[in-house]
Each structure stands twice: as structure tokens, then as C-alpha cells.
Design a protein around this ligand. Sequence first.
Ligand SMILES: Cc1cc2nc3c(=O)[nH]c(=O)nc-3n(C[C@H](O)[C@H](O)[C@H](O)COP(=O)(O)OP(=O)(O)OC[C@H]3O[C@@H](n4cnc5c(N)ncnc54)[C@H](O)[C@@H]3O)c2cc1C
Length: 218
Amino acid sequence: MPTPRTRVVREADRGVYDRESVYRILDAAFLCHVGFTVDGQPFVIPTSYGRKDANLYIHGSAASRMLRQMKDGVPVCVTVTLLDGLVLARSVFNHSMNYRSVVILGQASLVDDPQEKLEALRTLAEHILPGRWNDARQPNDRELKATSVLRLPIEEFSAKVRTGPPIDDEEDYSFPTWAGVIPLEMKAGEPIADRKSDPRLDPACEIPLYAKLYSRKP
Ligand SMILES: Cc1cc2nc3c(=O)[nH]c(=O)nc-3n(C[C@H](O)[C@H](O)[C@H](O)COP(=O)(O)OP(=O)(O)OC[C@H]3O[C@@H](n4cnc5c(N)ncnc54)[C@H](O)[C@@H]3O)c2cc1C
């Protein structure tokens, strides 16, 4: 159930609070925005994430302000948005978007156990591109030292989901303009097979199946 801080107020019927639905949205996306304040100034920083069970993992340079602030236990707000369509109503006022979004509030902590850190990095990599971790060189000690990994428990959260057609005021349904939905989706292109993609690619290296078949469809 939502807390007083995570209850969706407007269009409350679009609020979703069950863990499985929230996980489905988190697993379909891999970009989030991390919000925090420093000396009264809010910052909202885009970054990638991975999820394992009830934890969200975020990584980055140990020197990054976002990571430094987060590991000091400041309150954070992490937002994930999937845009599914533009909703064109007859009135300008009733235009909308179809979307699935998640907001998580909480405090992150630094993952300092080396085993959990490596596992969290694997989770992050596999969340974005399943199959890649085992195919690439594993991180060495220097790289691990330069990387901070943070764990945010998924405890206080909400999702909001809009689907379906435009909703116009009754008197506007006779207004003579097109109305409907323009679907939007994130689509992977064909991997670029020639050396324009990477001039130093060994021509003997074949494009792996996980790259050829890459898709973000849930
Ligand atoms: C792609 C997209 C486009 C949008 N465009 C607009 C727009 O143009 N104008 C506009 O007013 N709103 C827009 N929204 C909706 C917006 O995100 C808020 O839901 C809206 O401002 C109403 O918030 P509130 O006052 O009900 O809640 P608030 O008081 O702002 O928030 C209370 C709590 O509700 C939860 N919550 C609120 N919104 C969301 C959400 N989207 N996802 C998950 N949890 C949420 C959070 O836990 C939050 O702490 C858009 C949303 C998305 C995803």
C-alpha cells in the first residue's frame, strides 16, 4: 500500500502499488532519474540501473557527486519512465500520454562487500543487455576501485500507468479533428556489421545473437 508520501493524488485510479507490477516496469526500463538536494539545490541526474529482488543498483565513478551524495545516505527519489504513446484529444486541454512510471523514495547505501559489488555490477550489465557480461572482459581491481555501487531498497514506491484512448469532454466529440493514439516504443536497430561501427573490430568476430536479437519488449 502507498505511504502518505507515495499516494498518487491526481488521477488516483492510475496509481499502482503492487510490487509485481512495479517490478515489471523497472525490468522493462533501464534508465532512471535520481533526484537529491545539496545545500537546498535539487539535482536530478539521469543514469542507468539494475534490479535484483527488492533492491535497485546504481553505479558510477567513485568521484561523481551523485554517488558521493547517495552514499552519505541523503534522501533520494528515483524515477523511471516508459513512454508508450502520444494521446491526441479533440481539445488541446485533454491531450495526454500513455505511460508507465515508477517513483521510489529512500536512502541508498554503499555496497562494499566485494562479492556483492561484483554481483551488483553483473546485475546492472545483464539488466541492460542480457548475455553481455560473460562475453566481455571482467572488471579488474583498479576498475572496481574506481567504481562505486549503491543499493537502494525498493520499499517506499508507487507506479502510475495510463493506457487507452483520449478522454474528451462530451461536447467536444463532435469537433472535426482527428483524435487517437500515436504509439511510441524504444526499438533496437540492426547492429552495424561493418568496421564503421568499430574501426578496430576483428573481422573474424561475428555479431552475437544477444546483439542481433536485442529488444526491450517485456
Ligand atoms: C510521460 C509522462 C508525462 C506526464 N505529463 C504530465 C504533464 O504534462 N502535467 C502533469 O501535471 N502531469 C504529468 N504527468 C503526471 C505526473 O507524473 C504526476 O503524476 C502529476 O503531476 C500528478 O501528481 P500528483 O499531484 O498526483 O502527485 P504528487 O503530489 O506530485 O506526488 C505524490 C506521490 O505520488 C506518486 N506519483 C506521482 N506521480 C507519479 C508518477 N507519474 N509515477 C509514479 N508515481 C507517481 C509519487 O510517489 C509521489 O511521491 C506525466 C507523467 C508521465 C509519466
